[in-house]
Each structure stands twice: as structure tokens, then as C-alpha cells.
Design a protein around this ligand. Structure first.
Ligand code: SF4
Ligand code: SF4
Length: 334
């Protein structure tokens, strides 16, 4: 994974411990969703479709921290909804950082300037700002004008105050290699964010806009062209080289959704945050009571077009850590 050395060492130690214990399935990152409410209404979002009674709920701090502790995951990605609408989000982050978890706080950044003073820069804490394209494309994606400019101003302010700031960009079939290049060049070179995460959009069953998601072949062509001419190596992408190989069709993997599980107000989501085949009360119960062999491409039609980070990055990370050559490549390219 293109991650700082401190984190790579911690992850390596964690993986070695799982091996010694003979643990076959364990989480690398938990996707924590302490609320589903959001201040935006993006066309592709499957979270804000929940009924009002669910949208007004907020997960208590103890429940959020307890779930992460039970799972044992070394990294947590907090999303939602918009986490900055949770009145105790700063306390959730503080408690997790205190436990030396690497915390990524995902936000659309509209509320970020108002809440920045509640957080402290730390090697264990990164903002992850959602930016789907340059101004016109991003504002269209979030269905509101002015959000791109607000997000960019927030990124600059957070960087100026010493925070690590990453971005997450979702690409749809309305993107071309050129739009991918333009936005990643801008984030990497002009804005100078620390790292960038990229996702091919997945057609959530709940998402209102089902027409604009990428199929496997389209995804591969899009990324192969965008990554060409040395751009992939130049961009500070927060992914393992093998996952990037997978995105551009140079590697094939099975889904290992237990590696990036999702914990929300409903519990541990089965089998991943994209599908909703029920919930478990604990990570242990999720692992033990899910038929993992029923999921993945060729097994479940809902998985046919999925190339999501939550299913395939864990496979790539495990393949990286299991190979000296790939580990060295990850450190070199990270
Ligand atoms: S900002 Fe994120 S959570 Fe909010 S509507 Fe958009 S995709 Fe959904
Ligand atoms: S292939 Fe994708 S949708 Fe299917 S279980 Fe894996 S991560 Fe979830």
C-alpha cells in the first residue's frame, strides 16, 4: 500500500501476528459509518436513501470505539453520511487515535472549516476529502454548485494547519481517461494533497442513478489509459501496486470482503458495505456466519461489475505481504 513507513511497519506486524495465530480472516480497515445523514444529495449515493427515522440516528462514541476494538483492525475509515454532522465525531477520532488506530475521516469538506479546531494533526489521523472531478464535474456529481470551491478551500486550510489531507475520487462511465488525468494531476501537482484514493463507482441497489456505473471492461480501459505514460508512478495514489494492476486489468483477484468490513448503525454489514444481506452483532459473528464463498464475480450477479477497494484491496495487500518482491515494489512505489 502506498502508505507511510510507520503505517507499513504496523500493518506488517499486524499481519505477521495473524499468521502466527493461524487467523484466516481478519480486518485490515473497518469502514465505520456512525450516521447516514448528509448535508449533500449526491446522485450516486446509496446512504441518504434511508428513511428519516434512520437518518436522524447517531452512533454513540462507546459503540463506535467498542466495535473497532472487538474487530482488532489497525485502521479505520470513518464515512457515512457526513461524519462532521455527528456531534461527537471529534471524540470518536480522539478515542481511536489514543488506541493507536490509523484513522481516515472521510468528508465532503463543506463543514470542515467550522470543525477543524476540534481536531489535532497526528501521524494517526488523515482527512479524506471527497472530490469527484474538477469544478463543473464535481459540482454536478454532488448536485450542488460551489461545493468544489468550498472543498478546495477546506483542503488548503487543513494543510496549512498541519493536517494530513488525502482525497477520494469516484469515477463513473461519464469519465474519460482525460477527465481522470485532469483531476488527479490537479490534486497531485497543483493542490498537493498527501495521497489520493480512487474508486470505480459501484451501482448500489439503493442509489437513485443506476445508469452511470462502470463495468469491469470499461473500468480496466479507463484506468489503463489514465495510468499510461508514467502517470501512475508519478501520482501519490493510496493503493497497493497490485490493486492498481487489478484496476487496469493486469492482475485478477478474488474478493476478500472480510478484509474491509463495514460497521454502521445496523451492525456489521454482510458481506460488504455495497451489499446488504443482513447484519451481525460482532466482527467475529460476521466472519463465522457469512458464506464468503457465495460472493465475488461469477458467484453472485450483484458482484459482476464490482472492482471496489473494499473487496479487492485486501486481496492485493495480502498478496503483497506474502511476496518479498511485491513488498519491495510497494515500498518503492508507495
Ligand atoms: S457526500 Fe457522500 S454521503 Fe453525502 S450524499 Fe454525497 S456520496 Fe452521499
Ligand atoms: S465483489 Fe464487491 S459487491 Fe461483491 S462481495 Fe465483494 S466487495 Fe462486495
Amino acid at each position: 500500500m502506498g502508505i507511510p513507513v510507520r503505517q507499513a511497519v504496523r500493518l506488517g506486524t499486524y499481519l505477521a501476528k495473524q499468521k502466527v495465530r493461524g487467523q484466516q480472516k481478519f480486518p485490515l480497515i473497518v469502514e465505520l459509518e456512525p450516521l447516514f445523514a448528509c448535508n449533500l444529495k449526491c446522485a450516486g449515493c446509496g446512504k441518504i436513501q434511508h428513511p428519516a427515522s434512520i437518518l436522524k440516528q447517531r452512533m454513540p462514541v462507546e459503540q463506535a470505539v467498542g466495535a473497532i476494538e472487538e474487530s482488532g483492525a489497525p485502521m479505520v475509515s470513518i464515512a457515512g453520511g457526513e461524519p462532521l454532522m455527528h456531534p461527537q465525531i471529534d471524540e470518536i477520532v480522539r478515542q481511536l487515535v489514543k488506541r493507536r488506530k490509523f484513522v481516515y475521516l472521510c468528508t465532503n469538506a463543506v463543514l470542515l472549516p467550522r470543525h477543524l479546531h476540534k481536531f489535532e494533526p497526528s501521524p494517526y489521523f488523515s482527512w479524506v476529502v471527497h472530490i469527484d472531478g474538477l469544478r463543473e464535474r464535481h459540482d454536478r456529481s454532488v448536485s450542488k454548485q460551489g461545493v468544489f470551491d468550498a472543498a478546495i478551500a477546506a483542503v488548503k486550510e487543513a494543510k496549512a494547519r498541519g493536517f494530513t489531507v488525502n482525497t477520494n475520487t469516484t469515477f463513473f462511465n461519464t469519465d474519460t481517461p482525460q477527465t481522470v488525468i485532469e483531476v488527479l494531476d490537479y490534486l497531485n501537482d497543483d493542490l498537493g494533497v498527501d495521497q489520493m484514493q480512487i474508486s470505480p463507482g459501484y451501482a448500489y441497489e439503493k442509489a437513485p442513478d443506476q445508469d452511470h456505473f462502470l463495468g469491469v471492461q470499461e473500468t480496466r480501459e479507463l484506468f489503463a489509459k489514465a495510468f499510461a505514460d508514467g502517470r501512475r508512478r508519478r501520482w501519490r495514489l493510496n493503493h497497493s501496486p497490485l490493486f492498481l494492476d487489478f484496476l487496469e486489468g493486469r492482475a485478477e483477484f478474488e474478493c476478500t470482503a472480510w478484509g474491509i468490513p463495514s460497521y454502521s448503525l445496523f451492525g456489521w454489514q454482510r458481506p460488504c458495505y455495497l451489499l446488504g444481506d443482513g447484519y451481525a452483532k460482532t466482527y467475529k459473528e460476521l466472519v463465522e456466519t457469512t458464506d464468503w464463498s457465495a460472493y465475488g464475480r461469477g458467484r453472485d450477479p450483484r458482484c459482476s461489475n464490482c472492482m471496489a477497494h473494499c473487496g479487492y484491496e485486501p486481496t492485493a495487500v495480502l498478496a503483497t505481504m506474502g511476496s518479498l518482491r511485491e513488498s519491495l515494489r510497494a515500498l518503492r512505489e508507495g
